[in-house]
Design a protein around this ligand. Sequence first.
Ligand SMILES: Nc1ncnc2c1ncn2[C@@H]1O[C@H](COP(=O)(O)OP(=O)(O)OP(=O)(O)O)[C@@H](O)[C@H]1O
Length: 263
Amino acid sequence: MTLQVTEVTLRFGGLTVLSNVSMNAAAGEITALIGPNGAGKSSLINCVTGFYRPQEGNISLFGRETTGLPAHRVAGLGVARTFQHIELFQGLSVIDNLMLGRHRHLKGGALSNGIFYGRSKREELRQRAAVEDIVDFLDMPHIRNTPVGLLPYGLQKRVDLGRALAQEPRLLILDEPMAGMNVEEKEDMARYILELRQESAISVILIEHDMGVVMDISDRVSVLDFGRFIAQGPPEQVRADPAVIAAYIGAPAEAVTGEATGR
Ligand SMILES: Nc1ncnc2c1ncn2[C@@H]1O[C@H](COP(=O)(O)OP(=O)(O)OP(=O)(O)O)[C@@H](O)[C@H]1O
């Protein structure tokens, strides 16, 4: 099992944000994490990635207990994420942003690289080749040298996916990867996520408000509401769950049935 969350409770002062939640994400699958605004999705991800420490419960990644491990140690185990708000170096090119994403894979410090110049040159070429593969995979050769800040928003989200992939994660957490995208950009993003699952052993956790996309591409869906899981299972089962439909009352009916593409 890639991720196992067991009976996690998270409080901020008197506010209980997560209440005794348990969920799994299986290796090589796309697990969607959905729920109304404020349900606790980001908080749960912050617990998994080591940004928050839950007061109760356990978290394990790749079969290893990680509860309370700091964020950089969790990342070092092979967990990468994209953020709701893009966190890229706007003045740097696409390639350079992806190269920075690979820092975990760089061997040797500045001193040893200075002494062993040939070795460090070979190492850089190896890193560049890995980044070029990602640029090709995400159909970005034409923008490889463009400063990220000059790119339209949808392409910046794609670069952000590339930055996360450059870390060669075993678990990739995507926080609203399609927010603010048009239909065509969403279709492209969905295709990349599906291809990742087909072509690599990577596990994906997808937080996304677009129910059409979620129901289309996920293997399993977990639904949070007010800090509790109200349903977990395959998309077709979750979509028909009365508790899920009730939680989404106020949203358009098709938001749960999976026919909508807008938020
Ligand atoms: N650091 C914090 N301090 C205090 N309260 C917090 C903190 N982080 C999250 N919360 C609260 O936890 C609750 C859940 O928020 P969270 O961002 O996890 O929900 P969400 O499901 O990700 O929502 P959205 O879909 O809007 O991103 C909210 O009431 C939020 O105000």
